[in-house]
Ligand binder design. Structure first.
Ligand SMILES: [Zn+2]
Length: 502
């Protein structure tokens, strides 16, 4: 495995979040001795890295300059702390500076993952004489810094101050801003994002810092929940939707999905898993032998590959994949990385255009998935038993695609049952997420999404004909959802409601 430092990701985003600043009651700044602050920190009263803070990013030159200015007695800009109960504080602004100071004065007090980035020794001269390290430390300990303490009230205020202050020198990346929001508004989802981000760091061997890991994790969840249709970067429009949709049940489901995803990746790539989201290096002549180790990879995560794997792999179940030839699958994956047409739509500019996304999906499905992993829907149809269908039929006797009621003459065995959302391994016999459809409606839909199918003239015509059933269908769906849960319940209800006016 090769360790790579990846700080940038080829996604262009602009920060479109507009927060509202409430009127705060902030006390005047107070001077405090650095030694006192350090003592509070070693007593665990100061949280240097609350969830919304980014990691330590200062380079050694910057750290050295700070120590120098402290020694020279230059006043520093204010430090902001937020009270977080029990006489403890979160650092809202000043994380980089405090990490530098604490690290210099007491390296052991710093988290060991960050410790290697800090400077603990420094050579300074005063009138031609080198200053002893101990003297330097003692001088700095006696310096005052100015601290503003924010009351333990509004998370928004903390966040807002953090955002405003950070518009200075080192701008926050959008994911870092999202991170503050998730940490305060969706703590459980935030925890899952961090878990997945850390797994991604582990398998790729990349640092994925400045929240890039969390960014990828978020992309995984959004693409699995909404497909390719949503632009999650516009948080001001989508945050409330995410907050509503990623409820406790959904978080649990998504967690299972991510676990399945990592399970498949490990099976597929084994010890080469660190290359799994990379394209082949450009300009390097491909060897003739189809052996993974002979190829050079780009050393950078390719966004489209990440999306494709995130979206399609968790559609399969463990059962479906267990017997597969994973050596063959890995070879197949190498093949698609050599496919010129595929590479041209997933690299360079315009990879996010609708046309290119569609094209890359088509090729990925045809040249790789169907050929080497098989049809993920196979298993789903087989696993729904007749008695399960009966149960659903008794409760929701309507085709979810056209609202038509299944007549008495229609045999249950002929009705098509579909997992509306691909089910997750280990949950196969549950009725969760299954609905019934006419075989003809289902055949028309084929592998379109519901959204795609709904706009076809055929579907519109069918729904119009069966309009009279909508109210009863909605009622049945409501009851059914109470008992078994449907992940796209609100979507189906909304569709049905809008169809009343067809
Ligand atoms: Zn139908």
């Amino acid at each position: 495995m090769t360790k790579t430092q990846v700080n940038d990701f080829d996604i262009d985003e602009i920060d479109r979040y507009h927060g509202n600043l409430s009127t705060p009651h902030i006390k005047e700044p107070v001077p405090r001795l650095i030694t006192d602050i350090l003592n509070s920190y070693t007593r665990n009263e100061i949280n240097l890295q609350p969830d919304y803070q980014r990691q330590f990013v200062w380079n050694k030159t910057k750290q050295k300059q700070l120590i120098k200015s402290l020694y020279a007695g230059f006043p520093l800009p204010m430090f902001y702390f937020a009270e977080s109960g029990n006489n403890s504080y979160e650092v809202v602004d000043g994380q980089q500076r405090l990490t530098t100071i604490f690290g210099f004065l007491n390296p052991k007090s710093i988290n060991k993952h960050i410790r290697k980035k800090i400077i603990s020794k420094i050579q300074l001269n005063h009138n031609g004489d080198q200053i002893k390290l101990n003297d330097l430390r003692q001088t700095i300990e006696k310096r005052n810094i100015y601290c503003v303490y924010l009351p333990e009230t509004s998370v928004n205020l903390k966040y807002e101050i953090f955002r405003v202050l950070n518009q200075g020198a080192t701008m926050l990346k959008p994911q870092e801003i999202r991170n503050c929001l998730f940490a305060s508004e969706m703590p459980k989802f935030n925890k899952l994002l961090k878990t997945v981000a850390n797994k991604l760091r582990k398998i790729t061997g990349m640092t994925l810092d400045r929240m890039l890991g969390e960014e990828l994790a978020l992309r995984f969840f959004v693409i699995n929940k909404y497909g390719y249709e949503r632009d999650i970067t516009d948080l001001s429009n989508n945050f409330n939707m995410l907050k509503k949709d990623f409820n406790e049940r959904e978080i649990k489901r998504m967690k299972q999905k991510s676990e399945l995803f990592f399970w498949i990746l490990k099976k597929m790539f084994e010890s080469d898993i660190d290359d799994c989201f990379q394209v082949l290096q450009k300009g390097v002549k491909s060897p003739k032998i189809n052996k993974w180790g002979f190829y050079s990879f780009s050393k950078k995560i390719n966004q489209s590959l990440f999306h494709l794997l995130s979206f399609y792999l968790p559609k399969y179940s463990k059962n479906q994949l267990n017997g597969k030839n994973f050596i063959g699958i890995k070879k197949g994956y190498l093949e698609i990385l050599k496919n010129q047409r595929f590479v041209s739509v997933i690299t360079g500019s315009g990879t996010n255009s609708k046309r290119n996304i569609k094209k890359s999906n088509q090729i990925f499905k045809k040249v790789f998935l169907e050929k080497y992993l098989g049809d993920w829907t196979d298993n789903q149809k087989r696993n729904i038993t007749k008695s399960e269908k009966e149960t659903i039929r008794q409760n929701v006797p309507y085709c979810y695609l056209c609202y038509g009621k299944f007549g008495k003459k229609m045999e249950t065995g002929k009705i098509h049952a579909e997992h509306i959302e691909p089910y997750i391994a280990g949950k196969e016999s549950e009725l969760e997420n299954i609905l019934l459809a006419h075989p003809r409606c289902n055949a028309e839909k084929k592998d379109m999404s519901i959204d795609e199918y709904r706009v076809t003239p055929k579907s519109q015509k069918r729904r119009k004909t069966q309009k009279k059933n909508i109210m009863a269908y909605r009622q049945a769906l409501k009851e059914w959802n109470k008992a078994y849960g449907l992940d796209i319940y609100s979507k189906l209800m909304k569709f049905a409601k809008s169809d009343i006016n067809l």
